[in-house]
Design a protein around this ligand. Structure first.
Ligand SMILES: [Cu+2]
Length: 454
């Protein structure tokens, strides 16, 4: 008996894994009053459960695959051990139906991160396989409450079901991606977020859509940006709505300066005039406070190594192709192929003239080397370029130095058509790291490469 107790204690001393079961489920995508929609989910819900871990803590997750397809989980934005990065075919074998995989890794940086499928992600994420990962600061900022909003965009048919026939449609992949026709916040159609006057809220916002860009602002409020892609910045009230490409996050400090009983829209104006994607609905209670101190900083969320720009390893990453892109040919399976053959193979984008082949890395850097990548968007479409395992700083956009260079660190950069951006980072995490567009149909269609570190 004693031995058994001792054994149990030792087991408990290591974090017991959180089970994430990926399987078909139903969810109130159309709203609580409508028939539920068939989706794919972690533990029966989309978004999946919010995972929380203290900075420096270890996360242990057992992925169980209850799908009829292979799957895996990528931990987006985490400077993770390469073997845990979740990229099928690069860092791990696929998790086949009926089997599982144990993820166990340290979370070195605080901030708002997320997790999602990284196999057939253009389908699996679009069907609902994602969730938020929060790594807590050692001394969290003084706020009354946290609210997490996960934005998504679904393509539904007339019956309200996920439009399955268009999964993998090359026409979408070659344009803006699988843009949907139904926006949800936390898996439901835009509704009310209860709020009390005088509250100070930390608002974590994630764009989990596979293609749609959001640009958000809170009507009548000076919400202050406190973190981008999880990385703390000195709080500021942006002059315009905050652009969020697929995969990107923003943390706001939202001071509830509205009137009791009032309703204020969360607005999105990424493509059109501002339209509400939810409402902050004030209670009638008297304000919690009349005056607000300056917004708190989130403290030190990460410690990115300072890049040595005196002699960086330089690389070009020229993305081309897509509709109206004029891509004549590209390498596929080691051979130069014309656009028709590329399209037949489902490849419509290229990185440095290679249409998605992964036999060679974009670059190989020794551990600790500063890398500067000139990213050129030679297409007619925006792209959300995501680097795994590292955080980079944007040095310049279209030749203009970025004033935030060296002080803002991101894992995803939203590139506009024709844009040329230079980014830099210290290659300080050994392994093979995927580098791709987070418009996930673009990635599948060839807009992907990888870097090798160490
Ligand atoms: Cu893209």
């Amino acid at each position: 008996m004693l031995g058994l107790v001792g054994c149990k204690t030792r087991v408990d001393a290591r974090t017991a894994p959180i089970i994430l079961n990926a399987a078909p489920a139903t969810a109130p995508v159309l709203g609580e009053l409508e028939a539920p929609t068939e989706i794919w989910a972690y533990n029966g819900q989309t978004p999946g459960p919010v995972l929380r871990v203290p900075r420096g803590g270890e996360l242990a997750v057992r992925l169980e695959n209850g799908l009829a397809q292979d799957t895996s989980i990528h931990w987006h934005g985490v400077r993770i051990d390469n073997a845990m990065d979740g990229v099928v075919g690069m860092t791990q074998d696929p998790v086949t139906p009926g089997t599982g995989f144990d993820y166990r890794f340290a979370c070195p940086d605080a901030g708002t991160f997320w997790y999602h499928s990284h196999n057939r992600s253009w389908e699996q994420v679009a069907r609902g396989l994602y969730g938020v990962l929060i790594v807590e600061e050692p001394e969290p900022p003084a706020v009354d409450r946290e609210v997490t909003l996960v934005l998504d965009d679904w393509r539904l048919d007339e019956a309200g079901a996920i439009h399955e026939a268009s999964f993998g449609a090359l026409r979408d992949w070659a344009h803006a991606g699988r843009i949907g026709n139904w926006v949800t916040v936390n898996g439901k159609p835009p509704g009310d977020f209860p709020i009390r006057a005088g509250e100070r809220i930390r608002l974590r916002v994630l764009n989990a859509a596979t293609a749609r860009i959001f640009a958000i602002a809170v009507e009548g409020h000076a919400a202050q940006v406190a973190a981008l892609d999880g990385f703390a910045v000195a709080p500021y009230a942006p002059a315009e709505s905050v652009l969020l490409g697929p995969g990107q996050r923003v943390d706001f400090v939202l001071d509830a300066t509205g009137e009791p009983g009032g309703r204020y829209a969360l607005l999105d104006d990424a493509y059109d005039d501002p339209r509400p994607i939810g409402f902050f609905a004030y209670s009638d209670e008297a304000p919690l406070r009349e005056r607000f101190d300056a917004a708190p900083t989130l403290g030190e969320t990460r410690k990115p190594a300072a890049p040595d720009l005196s002699d960086p390893l330089r690389s070009d990453m020229i993305v081309a192709g897509g509709a109206m892109g004029g891509l004549g040919q590209a390498m596929l399976d080691g051979e130069m192929k014309g656009m028709r053959e590329l399209a037949q193979a489902g490849r419509v984008w290229a990185v440095n003239g290679v249409a998605g082949d992964l036999d060679k890395p974009l670059l190989s850097a020794r551990l600790g080397r500063t890398v500067a990548v000139r990213m050129v968007n030679d297409t007619r479409w925006p792209h959300a370029m995501h680097l795994h395992g590292h955080h980079f700083t944007v040095l310049s956009v279209d030749g203009t130095p970025d004033p935030a260079a060296g002080s803002v660190w991101r894992d995803t950069h939203l590139m506009m058509p024709g844009e040329e951006a230079e980014i830099a980072f210290v290659a300080d995490n050994p392994g093979k790291w995927f580098f791709h567009c987070h418009m996930l149909g673009h990635q599948a269609g060839g807009m992907r490469t990888w870097i090798e570190v160490g």
